[in-house]
Design a protein around this ligand. Structure first.
Ligand SMILES: [Zn+2]
Length: 665
């Protein structure tokens, strides 16, 4: 039986009767692909995948994705199906010679749900090996679980658990056994086991987030913080305005595909396009020629008629006639790639629309992206930390992480000496929303919007039903390890969820992030806040598929510094409500997630020497009833989003602590 795992419906409620101008409804679903090769095809297809990727014991991979019914149909030939309820059991394969097993890492952690075990091991038989783990814990408890081979771009990276497994008590010995005969033992260590966060004093203030916030509210919030703490803050207006939460007004007239025209205003909807209207009339007399007239805001197309008075103008003829008429304020095209040979019927007056639903007080103008600079000495003399959120519009929790962290720092400056030390020693740049246009679209129109709102698609892909697919993936638009450099994990298709844009840095959103790194050379650390899945990652974040050639690995001492710092930051996250970031989700992006060509953390690290981290906030929640980990989604109920913001704000402040202790080598 196929089980449809729909996590949330995406987008505002569909109209009662969906027409050809309406986008297909999209859903957040869990897909299953049979193997890593199929997963790579899925990434290459530009499907709108989330960051929640879960290898299964049978070698298949589950990944959450945002899809419409037609996109799902297109993904089926790539091997993707909706995930079934229960993964198939691991196959047992015989191997000829006894294999050698090495336990790379065996750790236990205690979360708010109890003890869990994570084991990573490798076999000399590589992915052909079938490995399982048994363990002994305190008070004679025991357990057993299968491992999965982790093969990425053809490279065997070892075996691990699909997800950390629950243990009745603290595990004390683990044994990895191969069906091929190999075996190895280890004593698991505690995870993350970083430096424990300082205990906050009794007067420490926290918890300043009461709701999800659209961009206007986020900007108001940081401006209010600046007004209240003028000696500790500046507001920086980033130089590149976005294109704005605005679109050209459109109407789809007729019956697709052959007998339809798409009318698009030259002006944005908010700048007059929405005032325009189009009608197709029949002159009511035989033998008339096709005519277009303009009366104020109304464009009237009088269709040609035959000897019996019946309309005979085709869609192509109507489009050409509209475009040949001066002063209409619109452009007409046939439907998608259709030649438009169908005869158009009369159509009643249709008002053009930009289909944007935000209230009128949400600005349609190009947006200024703001940064809040926090520190006692904002003169470039202190170690800079950049925290930037919401490159991806639908990740509503991520701005809250930055706001909560900023407010904790400012409100506690006068009352907490540890906070005072942070603001003495660091220079913090907080950008709550990198992509405000997309964020507005996600709030008011289509909650699964990932990209910005700038449409680079040609006319054939710009009819209004496709409007939810337009835009550039801001975190694939950067210039290091990019699609145009030959790296994997971004798309050249303008409708793809990972569309890299027409060129590196084509988008103001990505140029703003890089501007900060260029302008403030004291920035040495960066946190790119995303959701969801519970990851903590650093470069390299991209590879070339052929040979799996990653961007250069950091030097061993740098990798050790990334990992050591991560463990400290993960302690701070866990101290909030016991959320432990999994060891198998702590590491370089390419090793723990997938290749993401043209992402921002890579550019910050390789071009600017900035320690560029990525949070994927929103760790899976343990369901004790089903004994499985469950994804939280992009917009969980606010109580959960609030808890995620609290814990990752603590993590961000811990990163600022690491920056405060940083000495240039
Ligand atoms: Zn993201």
């Amino acid at each position: 039986m196929i089980v449809l795992t729909t996590l949330v419906a995406a987008g505002p409620s569909a109209p009662a009767v969906a027409g050809p101008a309406d986008p297909e409804p999209a859903s957040l679903v869990t897909l299953s692909v049979p193997d890593k090769a199929a997963m790579e095809r899925l990434v290459a297809s530009g499907a709108d995948l989330t960051e929640r990727v879960r290898p299964q014991p049978d070698g298949s991979i589950q990944v959450d994705a945002v899809v419409t019914p037609s996109q799902l149909a297109e993904l089926r030939p790539l091997g993707a199906t909706l995930a079934t309820g229960t993964p198939a059991p691991a196959q047992t394969k015989a191997t000829a010679a006894q294999d050698r097993i090495v336990i790379e890492r065996a750790v236990w952690f205690e979360s708010r749900d109890g003890y869990f075990l994570s084991v990573e091991a490798s076999s000399s038989a590589a992915q052909a090996a079938t490995l399982s783990v048994t363990w002994k814990g305190r008070k004679g408890t025991t357990g057993q679980a299968p491992m999965v081979a982790y093969v990425d771009a053809g490279a065997y990276l070892g075996h691990q658990f699909s997800t950390p497994v629950p243990a009745e008590s603290r595990p004390e010995w683990v044994t990895v056994t191969s069906a091929g005969g190999g075996t190895a033992q280890a004593r698991p260590r505690e995870w993350p086991d970083g430096a424990r966060p300082d205990r906050a004093g009794p007067g420490y203030q926290r918890d300043f987030i009461t709701q999800y916030m659209p961009p206007a509210q986020l900007n108001e919030r940081i401006k209010a913080l600046h007004r209240r703490y003028p000696k500790l803050t500046d507001i920086i207006a980033l130089p590149n305005r976005t294109n704005g939460y605005r679109r050209h007004a459109q109407a789809l007239i007729g019956t697709p595909p052959a007998a339809a025209v798409v009318i698009t205003s030259a002006a944005y909807g908010s700048e007059g396009g929405n005032d325009l209207a189009v009608e197709l009339v029949t002159p009511g007399a035989p033998g008339r020629a096709l005519q277009v007239s303009v009366n104020g805001k109304l464009v009237t197309v009088s269709l040609a008629t035959d000897a019996a008075g019946a309309p005979v103008s085709t869609a192509a003829q109507v489009a050409a006639a509209v475009n040949a008429t001066p002063g209409t304020g619109v452009k007409a095209t046939t439907y998608r790639t259709d030649a438009g040979a169908g005869v158009m019927a009369p159509a009643p007056l249709t008002q053009l629309s930009d289909f944007l639903s935000a209230p009128a007080d949400v600005s349609r103008a190009p947006a200024q992206v703001l940064a809040l600079r926090v520190g006692a000495h904002r003169d470039g003399s202190r170690t800079g930390v950049l925290a930037y959120a919401q490159e991806h519009a639908r990740e509503w929790v991520t701005p809250l992480v930055t706001i909560e962290a900023a407010e904790r720092l400012l409100r506690n400056h006068a009352r907490d000496k540890d906070t005072r030390r942070l603001l003495e020693r660091t220079d913090i740049f907080i950008v709550p929303t990198v992509n405000p246009d997309g964020a507005n679209y996600s709030f008011y129109d289509f909650n699964s919007q990932r990209k910005n709102m700038t449409n680079h698609c040609p006319a054939q892909q710009s009819d209004p039903a496709l409007r939810n697919a337009w835009g550039v993936d801001v975190n694939r638009n950067y210039a290091v390890g990019s699609l145009s450099d030959g790296y994997f994990g971004a798309s050249a298709n303008c409708q793809s969820g990972t569309f890299a844009g027409p060129a590196e840095h084509s988008e103001p959103e990505s140029r703003n992030v890089i501007w900060l790194a260029q302008r403030y050379r004291n920035i040495r650390f960066a946190m790119n806040v995303h959701s969801y899945g519970g990851y903590f990652m650093w470069p390299p974040g991209a590879y070339k598929l052929d040979g799996r050639v990653t961007l250069p690995r950091p030097a061993p001492e740098q990798e050790a510094y990334f990992l050591r710092s991560a463990r400290t930051i993960e302690e701070a996250i866990a101290a909030e409500r016991g959320t432990v970031t999994w060891p198998q989700q702590t590491g370089p992006v390419t090793d723990v997630l997938y290749s993401a060509a043209g992402n921002s953390a890579d550019e910050l690290w390789y071009d600017f020497g900035v320690y560029g981290w990525d949070f994927e906030v929103g760790a899976d929640l343990w369901n004790p009833g089903t004994r499985t980990w469950e994804g939280v989604g992009f917009q969980p109920p606010f109580s959960e989003g609030h808890a995620e913001a609290m814990e990752f704000a603590a993590g961000l402040i811990s990163l600022i602590g690491i920056a405060a202790d940083f000495r240039e080598p």
